[in-house]
Write a protein that binds this ligand. Structure first.
Ligand SMILES: *[C@@H]1O[C@H](CO)[C@@H](O)[C@H](O)[C@H]1NC(C)=O
Length: 319
């Protein structure tokens, strides 16, 4: 019989082991994706170095001797060595490990397979070391993505693990699309075109929450801040006339499409119905109503002085 103490220890051990296994499975999936990325980087660098070395040994001359030398170099081991040296950044551990592990494959391809299988990515990453899959397929056996390998996710999303030996083949839909197959539209969009294999989602009118077409008459439901009128079209709600007390003292309410905002009154006003000193409800202290506009006392004083001076000048200097 186990004592309860050792039972507990056993449970804890099992729990930890499960966690570790789960964690490793997750890591392995991620690893399969990143291994493919590493391989693609290597192939990319291979092709670049291949192009670079093509020019490198060409002196510009065209003597028979030089051409013979060049054509020998083209397929030589020396050139392959120069290329392989350039496949990884020295800091990239993953890359260097992959090249080291599979160095003999590069030789095989270079001397034996290159002519028949010119696509190094396909030959090396997909068919030989099996870290990538053809486009539109995913996972250990390169199964087709949701929606088929021709148009994964029906062209409206990203297939998880696409082109790698990892992932689960499920779709992450682009903006505007949803559902397992990325054929449905999210709220605020409608299906402009739709069949079993193709879907185009287009944005609804600004006023619709959901809709069947592009105008404000084709809303299923109005967005907040909009309401149905007699023609069943969604129109802007004027929040400011519906509820004049929306804004604080010293502010006026400004209606906007689908909403409203509160703006500060002019300094001359004590409460106002709009911008400017001619829309005050009352004048602030220090200001006086002059023909419907709240005006500063200093300004009034100065203008009256000027008119007195003007008047006197006219009297004194009658031209
Ligand atoms: C679905 O619609 C697309 C685009 O209009 C079209 O190319 C395709 O042939 C259609 N497929 C079917 C099965 O009707």
């Amino acid at each position: 019989m186990l004592s309860s103490g050792s039972e507990l220890r056993l449970l804890r051990l099992l729990f930890c082991a499960t966690l570790i296994l789960l964690f490793q499975a997750d890591e392995a999936k991620k690893d399969s994706k990143s291994a493919c990325n590493t391989c693609e980087q290597i192939v990319d660098n291979f092709n670049k170095a291949f192009d670079r070395t093509a020019k490198q040994n060409f002196g510009g001359g065209n003597t028979a001797w030089e051409e013979r030398k060049l054509s020998k170099y083209e397929t030589s081991e020396i050139r392959l060595m120069e290329i392989v040296e350039d496949l990884c950044e020295s800091s990239s551990f993953e890359c260097n490990r992959m090249v080291e592990e599979h160095e003999e494959h590069f030789e095989t391809w270079w001397f034996k397979k290159k002519t028949k299988h010119p696509d190094l990515h396909k030959w090396f990453c997909i068919d030989t070391i099996k870290v990538c899959c053809p486009k539109g397929t995913f996972g250990p056996d390169c199964n087709a993505c949701v929606g088929g390998s021709e148009t994964p996710c029906h062209g409206n999303g990203q297939c998880d693990g696409d082109g790698t030996r990892g992932g689960n083949g499920k779709c992450r839909c682009d903006q505007a699309y949803k559902g397992d197959f990325c054929l449905d539209c999210i709220d605020g969009y409608f299906n402009e075109v739709r069949n079993d294999t193709y879907s185009l989602c287009t944005e609804c009118h600004l006023s619709c929450k959901t809709c069947t077409g592009a105008t404000n008459q084709e809303c299923d439901e109005c967005k907040e801040g909009w309401e149905e009128d007699e023609q069943e079209a969604c129109v802007d709600v004027n929040e400011c006339t519906n509820d004049p007390s929306l804004c604080r003292e010293g502010q006026y309410c400004l209606n906007t499409e689908g909403s409203y905002s509160c703006k500060a009154c002019d300094i001359e006003c004590a409460g106002c119905s709009g911008p400017g000193s001619d829309q005050c409800q009352a004048c602030a202290s220090g200001y006086q109503d002059v023909k419907g506009t709240c005006t500063g006392l200093m300004y009034m004083f100065m203008t009256s002085c000027l008119s007195v001076i003007d008047f006197s000048m006219n009297k004194l200097l009658p031209f």
